[in-house]
Design a protein around this ligand. Structure first.
Ligand SMILES: *[C@@H]1O[C@H](CO)[C@@H](O)[C@H](O)[C@H]1NC(C)=O
Ligand SMILES: *[C@@H]1O[C@H](CO)[C@@H](O)[C@H](O)[C@H]1NC(C)=O
Length: 522
């Protein structure tokens, strides 16, 4: 009986979400909740008549469903969509009080456009009005509930009414047990804002912030975009958001060449994407474990590390122009002993400077995973050995060699004088001893199109010669992004036979060559 009911219920809910499937659009976070997952029949038309029929026949039976069964279904299918169906009207009254996961995302109310920039102002107004209604409908109905909310995740547009959302959340945090609260605050213009828009959004955000300090004070995660704040903006955010564990900033700053100083007792993950900071000074962040820098415009080191004793994972992504400095990792990562490092060159100029073992050891002695991503196909790869030489504990080395046209500077812009013509200039490197050996490297993974196969074979041979305990080499097809997803992802028999032959000419037979299929997309 209850199985039948849950099926019926699921079908009804699917009917209602088919029309409000999450919008697929550009987003550096991709955090949209896919209510209902694969089962959602996206193209199915919702017929109000049909929905009503289902409603009439099942409302009574729904009230017999045990709480835990209903809750399980509701949480898996996206509570907001459930809230919006009138199907549950009678039963719904009890549901908000027992929910443990409240996820309300503006993205899931927007019409499905391939391209987010096609969203009209009306779409946005409708989406954020629905967010406000859903927030109230769920949180206000929980008043007095003894069930804790484990996760309260909100994504909404910055607007005058954001304050009402903030106050509702602040009230929930004050009166109920909320383990983890999260805000993702979107701006109406999502990409390439003008200077003026950045300033307007910055002001608007700060007045929202000032009017709901209690909501911000309870957040564990905060994601912001397109804000140019005044001098006191970030210091205020850090001092009010005391619980903050995760902060992501996309095109946020305090003006061109501004300095961001980070002092925070709880922050464990910081993501900085674009923005015009001259430098981010991580002065005191005793719990910071992850740091990600994605594209920076400063000429010098983009960040400096102060007291960050737990920092383990660092990821740096940049397109280097002629005026960018060649970064010295020993100086940049000074005072940290990280274990996982990713460097992404976006198929343009290599922007790290080879250094000797003695300089690198203090920052690399714990390094166990190294990802070298998007090295342009025309680059020589010999320089990469300096990283192996300086990191004796390294266990896994992943290298992706490709010219990824979706990310590269293409067309007329390539002719601009700031675009580097020679991508591997200034990478001369001498090994510390003529026959240096590495004892810990266990796995080498090479991702690529294997067009310049000789270069990759030579690189693998150099690694094998140094890494005396290396037993496995994995060759992967170049990963694809959403834009080049039409490219074939699986190896063909001809390709693997050919590569096996090419590698066997130079690689000793005790090293096994594998051809796994790609389980991930970069
Ligand atoms: C929704 O967005 C519009 C346009 O940006 C804005 O005027 C309105 O205040 C926003 N509403 C909410 C609920 O945030
Ligand atoms: C290492 O860091 C990368 C990204 O910076 C991440 O995707 C990967 O999961 C990390 N690996 C481990 C074992 O922590």
């Amino acid at each position: 009986m209850s199985y039948l009911l849950s099926n019926l219920l699921r079908r009804t809910i699917l009917l209602s979400i088919a029309s409000s499937a999450p919008a697929k659009r550009w987003s550096p976070w991709q955090s949209l909740e896919f209510a209902g997952g694969q089962q959602v029949p996206r193209h199915r038309k919702t017929s109000p008549v049909m929905a009503n029929m289902v409603e009439d026949s099942q409302d009574d039976r729904l009230s017999k469903l045990p709480d835990d069964v209903l809750l399980n279904i509701v949480e898996r299918l996206g509570i907001v969509d459930v809230a919006r169906t009138t199907v549950l009207s009678r039963r719904w009254k009890q549901i908000p009080a027992i929910l443990s996961k409240v996820v309300i995302l503006a993205g899931s109310f927007e019409p499905k456009h391939e391209d987010w920039s096609k969203l009209t102002p009306d779409d946005i107004v409708r989406a954020n009005t629905t967010v406000l209604e859903a927030t109230r409908s769920i949180l206000e109905r929980r008043a007095g509930s003894l069930y804790p909310i484990h996760l309260l995740r909100m994504q909404f547009y910055l607007g005058d009414e954001s304050i009402l959302i903030g106050q509702t959340v602040a009230n929930a945090i004050a009166t109920q047990k909320v383990d983890s609260a999260e805000f993702t605050i979107l701006t109406k213009v999502r990409k390439k804002c003008t200077k003026n828009e950045l300033l307007i959004y910055g002001k608007q955000f700060m007045s929202f912030f000032d009017s709901c300090p209690n909501a911000f004070g309870g957040l564990a995660r905060l994601t912001l975009e397109n804000l140019r704040l005044g001098e006191s903006g970030f210091p205020k955010i850090f001092s009010i958001c005391k619980q903050l564990e995760f902060l992501s900033l996309y095109e946020c700053d305090m003006g061109i060449k501004s300095l961001l100083e980070v002092e925070h007792p709880q922050l464990s993950e910081l993501v900085i994407v674009c923005g015009r900071f001259e430098r981010v000074d991580l002065k005191w962040a005793p719990k910071l474990t992850k740091l990600k820098f994605n594209v920076f415009r400063c000429r010098d080191d983009p960040f400096c590390l102060g007291y960050v004793p737990l920092l383990q994972t660092v990821s740096i992504i940049n397109v280097a122009f002629t005026w960018h400095k060649m970064l010295k990792l020993s100086e940049l990562l000074d005072k940290a002993a990280i274990s996982n490092l990713s460097l992404d060159f976006k198929s343009e100029k290599i922007w790290v400077k080879p250094e000797g073992r003695r300089q690198l050891l203090p920052v690399f002695h714990k390094l166990s995973i190294l990802n070298l991503i998007n090295i342009a196909e025309e680059c020589d790869l010999t320089w990469t050995m300096f990283l192996l030489d300086g990191a004796p504990s390294l266990k896994e080395l992943h290298i992706l060699v490709r010219n990824h046209l979706c990310e590269m500077v293409t067309g007329k812009r390539r002719e601009l004088p700031v675009v580097c013509k020679e991508k591997d200039k200034g990478l001369e490197w001498e090994p510390s001893t003529s026959d240096f050996k590495h004892h810990n490297l266990a796995g080498l993974s090479i991702y690529g199109r294997f067009h310049a196969v000789d270069k990759l074979v030579r690189f693998a041979r150099n690694v094998v010669e140094a890494a005396v305990n290396l037993e496995d080499i994995r060759l992967y097809k170049s990963p694809v992004c959403v834009r080049c997803k039409y490219m074939l992802q699986e190896w063909t028999f001809e390709e693997t036979s050919w590569l096996r032959y090419e590698f066997s000419k130079e690689i000793p037979s005790h090293v096994r060559i594998h051809f796994p299929s790609l389980g991930q997309v970069f």
